[in-house]
Ligand binder design. Structure first.
Ligand code: FAD
Length: 102
């Protein structure tokens, strides 16, 4: 029996195409963010997390430019603006009061 050509090896029959399921390990900020982008691209995603509950400790006092770019691509900036305190300056927020440290 003849060996398959390299072209035959590269081109799998349609019914043998691998499913594009991705397993993400960890539900910190990176895991769900990656899952959302993959889902938006039509890729099925499963996330596993070792902790029983997601952490509710604040870990995002500040969003840097690269994070904002990524969040913008996810399309969630409008929802975030409903929930966050926005300042153009470096400051600490205390009960809604803008305590500036400029
Ligand atoms: C107090 C604090 C304040 C911070 N403030 C800011 C800030 O203001 N701005 C900012 O940009 N960043 C901040 N950070 C950093 C930011 O929290 C981290 O960069 C971010 O959490 C990293 O996200 P991650 O998803 O890569 O990892 P992690 O948040 O560490 O999440 C990893 C997840 O994977 C799970 N996991 C690990 N191993 C396994 C396994 N084998 N199987 C299943 N699940 C597993 C863990 O339980 C965890 O839930 C802060 C961090 C801390 C601790």
């Amino acid at each position: 029996m003849a060996s398959p050509s390299s072209e035959e090896i590269r081109t799998a029959p349609e019914e043998q195409e691998p499913q594009q399921n991705v397993l993400i390990v960890g539900a910190g900020p990176a895991g769900p963010a990656t899952a959302l982008r993959l889902a938006q691209a039509g890729i099925m995603v499963d996330i596993i997390e070792t902790e029983q509950q997601l952490s509710e400790e604040p870990r995002a006092v500040t969003y840097y430019a690269s994070a904002l770019t990524a969040l913008d691509k996810m399309g969630i900036i409008p929802d975030m603006k409903e929930a966050v305190f926005v300042s153009a300056r470096f400051c600490f927020d205390s009960a809604g009061q803008d305590g500036d440290y400029t």
